[in-house]
Design a protein around this ligand. Structure first.
Ligand SMILES: Cc1cc2nc3c(=O)[nH]c(=O)nc-3n(C[C@H](O)[C@H](O)[C@H](O)COP(=O)(O)O)c2cc1C
Length: 330
């Protein structure tokens, strides 16, 4: 079965990519993923706070506003708390590029345009085949409007784009007032792809100990549905490549994402739980289902369930909400 696809300008034998996470922290693990068939790998993110911290440190000798500088340093988390500092991240990238044959995507995470975006150029120079920019933002300021936030994030995309000649994917959160419009604005800034969607790790409440509890739970397939919806409504209406992240655990999950328009499918939780061999399992599941439905290639089903092509586009629109609620019979 031909499962090949093209993502970020690169032809891949199949769409199943290990997403940004600790999966690529160790050279041996990346080799294992490559041996298990991973066609590309995404590194965990460097954070704006780390990069800004590094830059502030570099300029501390010439900063006239020493108090402001000290305050800024205390605000940014110290580099030691991160798995990789900016320098060791680049070293890791260079080592990986020498050791494996698959494309390596670097990742940065930021929400304000600042000097830190120059690191994007360093990542490209160190051999990254593409860059994933994670625009993870938690709106908590009542003074900042949706438009303010979108403008700010677009300024980041613009700044990063101006620093890197390599393909640029933008990873988004699910909560935008008009996601298709924002997607169009990202496209007009020159990005190459969208990665939909990052997960929020909302804290829980521990009533007995009166604490806010931070926890990272791995995903399940139920988280795929809002991603399918978003893919379906932009697929065929954008030049951006589309990649799903969040809730892909099986071949059926991956196929659904492709049918809604995904060019590529990232997996993290499933690979953390099942190990690298799960790539082959999901790949086989995809091939088996396609074969059973008499397809020759994945390309034949790509986008077939998008809003513009599926037999029931209303399922993606407001009318679906009314129908679903009115027809519920228990
Ligand atoms: C332990 C862990 C670390 C992660 N680190 C990053 C990161 O550094 N950058 C990023 O963009 N996403 C990161 N993610 C999010 C994943 O890339 C992915 O978007 C998310 O887990 C949803 O996909 P899944 O359902 O396949 O797990 C991380 C996820 C996990 C579980």
């Amino acid at each position: 079965m031909d499962l090949s696809t093209t993502y970020l300008g690169m032809k891949l034998p199949h769409p199943l990519i290990p997403g940004a996470s600790p999966l690529a922290d160790e050279l041996d693990d990346v080799k294992r993923l490559e041996d298990a068939g991973a066609p590309m790998i995404v590194l965990r993110s460097l954070f704006e706070e780390q990069l800004a911290h590094e830059q502030l440190s570099a300029h501390s000798g010439i900063d006239a506003h020493e108090n402001a500088f000290a305050e800024a340093l205390s605000y940014f988390p110290a580099s030691e708390g991160f798995r990789f500092g900016p320098e060791s991240y680049i070293e890791h990238l260079v080592r990986l590029k020498r050791a494996v044959g698959i494309p390596v995507v670097a990742s940065i995470n930021g929400t304000t345009a600042g000097g830190w975006v120059e690191y994007a150029r360093l990542l490209a120079g160190a051999g990254a085949d593409a860059l994933e920019l994670n625009l993870f933002l938690v709106p908590t300021d009542p003074e900042e409007s949706a438009l303010d936030i979108e403008d700010r994030l677009l300024a980041v995309v613009r700044a990063v784009r101006s620093h890197v000649p390599i393909p640029l994917a933008v990873k988004l959160s699910p909560f935008y007032t008009s996601f298709p419009h924002f997607a169009r604005r990202i496209e007009s800034e020159g990005a190459d792809a969208l990665v939909l969607f990052n997960r929020f790790y909302e804290p829980d409440i521990d009533i007995r100990n009166q604490q806010v509890v931070r926890a990272l739970t791995l995903s399940s397939s139920t988280e795929l549905l809002p991603r399918l919806h978003a893919l379906a409504i932009v697929s065929g209406r954008t030049r951006l490549g589309l990649c799903v992240t969040g809730g892909v655990h099986s071949g059926l999950d991956a196929l659904k994402a492709v049918m809604c328009g995904a060019d590529a499918v990232q997996m993290v939780s499933a690979l953390l739980k099942e190990g690298p061999k799960h790539i082959a399992t999901v790949r086989e599941q995809m091939a088996t289902v396609l074969e059973a439905n008499e397809y020759d290639s994945l390309a034949q089903v790509k986008g077939s369930m998008s809003l513009t092509r599926c037999p029931d586009p209303k399922a993606y629109e407001r009318v679906n909400y009314m129908r679903i609620l009115q027809n519920w019979r228990g």
